[in-house]
Ligand binder design. Structure first.
Ligand code: ADP
Length: 341
C-alpha cells in the first residue's frame, strides 16, 4: 500500500452465477485526487464501485483503508461504517424537506447549532448557500444534483464514490456541474472515484485513470500516458480512435508499415502498432497514401486513406482532402506504441 492511499483494492473478484462481473481488479484511491473508472457498459465498473462501498461482498481479494480490512471473503464492513459517501445518477431528494433539511438529514444526532453550521458549509461548497430554505422541486436538475452532493459532503467522508453522476444532465449543465463538483471534492481533500463510460469526461477529469474491460482492469495510470501509450488495443480504443497496423518484432525492434519502432520487452514475432490519427500528418517526403474517405470536422478533416495493404485514419487541416487524392504522410513514431498482437 502506498502511504497516501485512502483505499486500496487488490485482486478483487465478484461473480453473479455464471457471470464474472469483476475479476482480479486492483486500484488505489488517494486523498485529494480524482480516479476515473472508465469502461464500456457491462465491464464491471458499477460492481467494483459497489464492492468498494461495501454494498456487496467480495468473492476474492481485499479492500483496505489503511490497516483496516474493509472487505475480504467472509468479511464485509457495512457501508455506514466505511466513511464512504455515495452519489448515484438517480439522487433522490426528499420532496417534503427543504434543501437544508435534505442536506442535514444524516446529521440528526448532532446538536442543532452544529448541524446548521455544517449544512451551511456543505451548501456553500456547492454554491447553493442561498437556497437552504428552497424546496427541491424549485431547483434545476443541476442544482438538485449539487444538493445530493452536499448531502454526501456534509458527513465529510474521506472517500466519495460517484456512479455516472452527470449522465442525467444535458450537455450545457453537465460541464458546469462537473467542474464545480469535482473542484469542491478535491478542495475538501476527499479521495474520489468517478465511474463513467465517457472517454472525454474521464480524460478531462481524471488525476488517475483506471480502464476496465470484461471485468478486469486493463490499464491504469496517468490519463495522458494511457492515451498516448495504451497497453493494449482494447485500452487504446476505450480512449478514442486509434490506428492499428501489423508489426513484426525482432530483437526488441518492430518493423511496421510506418517504419521501425522500439518494442522493448516484446517477444520476437507478430505484434501490432498503435498510433492515434492525430500523430499522422500530411508531410513532404512521407509515405504515399491514397485518400478514400473524408469527414469534415471543423478545423481538420478526418480522413481514411490506403497505405499499401492497410487502411489508416489521419487528421488533415481544413477541408482540403478529396477522395482519390494521393498524399504523403508522416508519422510521429515517438507517439506510437507496439503491443502484443
Ligand atoms: P458496468 O457498470 O460497467 O456497466 P456492471 O458492473 O453493472 O457493469 O455489470 C458487470 C456485469 O455483471 C454485467 O454482465 C452485468 O449484467 C452483471 N451484473 C451486474 N450486477 C448484477 C446482478 N445484481 N445480478 C446479476 N448480474 C449482474
Amino acid at each position: 500500500m502506498t502511504e497516501t492511499s485512502t483505499i486500496t483494492v487488490r485482486g478483487v473478484a465478484r461473480r453473479y452465477g455464471a457471470t464474472a462481473a469483476v475479476q482480479d481488479a486492483g486500484l488505489d484511491l488517494r486523498a485529494g485526487r480524482i480516479t476515473c473508472l472508465l469502461g464500456p457498459s457491462g465491464s464491471g465498473k458499477s460492481t467494483l464501485l459497489r464492492l468498494i462501498a461495501g454494498l456487496e461482498p467480495v468473492d476474492a481479494g481485499e479492500i483496505r483503508a489503511g490497516d483496516q480490512v474493509l472487505s475480504a471473503p467472509g468479511r464485509t464492513v457495512p457501508p455506514e461504517a466505511r466513511d464512504v459517501g455515495l452519489v448515484f445518477q438517480d439522487y433522490a431528494l426528499f420532496p417534503h424537506l427543504s434543501v437544508g433539511d435534505n442536506v442535514g438529514f444524516g446529521l440528526r444526532g448532532l446538536p442543532a447549532a452544529e448541524r446548521k453550521a455544517r449544512v451551511l458549509k456543505a451548501l456553500t461548497d456547492v454554491r447553493l448557500n442561498d437556497r437552504a430554505k428552497s424546496w427541491p422541486h424549485s431547483l434545476s436538475g443541476g442544482e438538485q444534483q449539487r444538493v445530493a452532493l452536499a448531502r454526501t459532503l456534509v458527513r465529510e467522508p474521506h472517500t466519495v464514490l460517484l456512479d455516472e453522476p452527470f449522465s442525467g444532465l444535458d450537455a450545457h449543465l453537465k460541464s458546469e456541474v462537473r467542474e464545480g463538483l469535482l473542484e469542491t471534492l478535491k478542495a475538501a481533500g476527499a479521495a474520489v472515484l468517478l465511474v463513467t463510460h465517457d472517454a472525454g469526461e474521464a480524460l478531462m477529469m481524471a488525476d488517475d485513470l483506471v480502464l476496465m474491460d470484461g471485468g478486469r482492469v486493463i490499464q491504469s495510470g496517468d490519463p495522458q500516458e494511457c492515451w498516448a501509450r495504451p497497453a493494449s488495443t482494447a485500452a487504446a480504443r476505450l480512449l478514442g480512435e486509434v490506428n492499428r497496423l501489423p508489426a513484426h518484432v525482432a530483437g526488441g525492434v518492430a518493423r511496421t508499415p510506418l517504419g521501425q519502432v522500439p518494442a522493448p520487452g516484446l517477444p520476437d514475432g507478430p505484434a501490432a502498432l498503435l498510433i492515434r490519427p492525430q500523430y499522422l500528418r500530411p508531410g513532404g517526403e512521407g509515405l504515399e497514401t491514397t485518400i478514400e474517405t473524408t469527414r469534415f470536422g471543423g478545423h481538420f478533416s478526418e480522413v481514411g486513406a490506403r497505405l499499401g495493404d492497410d487502411r489508416v485514419h489521419l487528421h488533415v487541416p481544413g477541408a482540403s482532402a478529396r477522395p482519390g487524392d494521393v498524399v504523403r504522410i508522416r508519422a510521429d513514431l515517438s507517439k506510437a506504441t507496439v503491443v502484443p498482437d
